[in-house]
Design a protein around this ligand. Structure first.
Ligand SMILES: Cc1ncc(COP(=O)(O)O)c(C=O)c1O
Length: 366
């Protein structure tokens, strides 16, 4: 009989995907964590042109120079960060970037801190790297309490930040991000900052990058959510030159390079007008308001989150089951960690019509 490695038997498939397999065919799907918009036309066109121009071979491991240059300018323009093109690796989505960051930073037995509720990959990537996963709890409003975190940071190797957050939708305050990054920096702990939802922040609020407050930060981002390109698998990771020199080895031996076609398409995204992104943002904001108002009218009591496209709603198991039986798909909170049991994640990356239908179905049973 084949014996599998403990690293792999020690992790689980994401509860999110398992859940979809059980859904009824006529259910309204508020479970899915990907934009429901098509990739903008000028980006698709650049991808098609890349194919037609036979730009279909391997690229440099680090990525196409023109894209790395565009990303360096993006960091300056949008995040006020001075990452040179040499400090960026283009990856197969933020997912690969997370994996290579953990492999590069974490040794056997190193403690890796991440938010719980939090995105499903943090724990599993830490375990795959041989680390000891240590989830940290959030406040009742699903925010980080920097003071409560300090003692946990002291002996950690890495801490993951994710603002705006999945599944919470929380946009952390500038003060919180600054406090965590500065404290981690003092203690020699590296921050991995996952910023894939940076463009989806509402109420006129602005994104703040963790790397603005310290040097010991690795920044992860992707075209996936920004340009509705999840299937193109295009992300990137930025850090110190040392970090890039080490982490590109992991990238080389698992991925070689990100898909060439996607890289050329992404150049059009990052050098083009951002109007298409702001249109998506405005649409998400309207849907957030619709879903939030609907759920609070049904009696759910929680703070309105400021970003991403999720509402993480406190509810007991019985109510959750009733909602699923009524034909509305949400994700059970426990897919996002041990502290997340009495919640459900609703995604509003769904049409207004579907959100209204879901609210109607819930109204009938609550
Ligand atoms: C917080 C967060 N980070 C990373 C990812 C992975 O993104 P990608 O599709 O670019 O791999 C996701 C996807 O849902 C996410 O929600």
């Amino acid at each position: 009989m084949t014996e599998y490695s403990r690293r792999v038997t020690g992790i689980e498939m994401s509860g999110i995907r398992k859940f979809f397999q059980k859904a009824k065919p006529d259910s309204v799907n508020l479970g899915i964590g990907q934009p429901d918009f098509p990739t903008p036309k000028h980006i698709k066109k650049a991808g098609i042109e890349a194919i037609e121009n036979n730009l279909t071979g391997y690229t440099f491991n680090y990525g196409v120079p023109e894209l790395r240059e565009a990303l360096s300018k993006k960091f300056k323009r949008e995040n006020n960060l001075s990452y040179s093109a040499d400090q960026i690796i283009v990856t197969a989505g933020a997912g690969e970037a997370l994996h290579i960051a953990m492999q590069t930073l974490v040794d056997e037995g190193d403690k890796v801190l991440f938010p719980d509720p939090g995105f499903v990959s943090y724990r599993e990537c830490a375990v795959l790297a041989g680390g000891i996963p240590e989830p940290f709890a959030l406040t009742e409003d699903l925010e980080i309490d920097p003071e409560a975190l300090k003692s946990m940071i002291d002996d950690a190797k890495v801490i993951v930040l994710n603002s705006p957050g999945n599944p919470t939708g929380t946009v952390e305050s500038v003060d919180t991000i600054r406090a965590v990054v500065e404290y981690a920096d003092d203690k020699g702990v590296t921050v991995i900052s996952d910023e894939v939802y940076e463009h989806f922040i509402y109420d006129g609020d602005k994104h703040v990058s963790a790397a603005a407050f310290g040097d010991n930060v690795v920044t992860i981002n992707a075209a996936s959510k920004t340009f509705s390109m999840t299937g193109w698998r295009l992300g990137f990771i930025a850090g110190s030159e040392d970090f890039i020199e080490q982490s590109v080895k992991v990238h080389q031996y698992c991925q070689t390079c990100a898909t060439s076609i996607s890289q050329y398409a992404a150049i059009a995204g990052y050098t083009g007008s951002m109007d298409c992104v702001w249109e998506m943002r405005d649409e998400y904001e309207a849907r957030r308001n619709l879903l939030y108002d609907g759920l609070t009218n049904l009696g759910f009591d929680f703070k309105k989150p400021g970003g991403a496209f999720y509402l993480f709603v406190p509810m007991n198991e019985e109510t959750f089951k009733k909602i699923i039986d009524a034909g509305v798909i949400a994700i059970p909170g426990d897919a996002f960690g041990e502290n997340s049991k009495n919640y459900a994640r609703f995604s509003y990356a769904a049409s207004e019509e579907n959100i209204k239908e879901a609210l109607l179905r819930m109204k009938n049973i609550i």
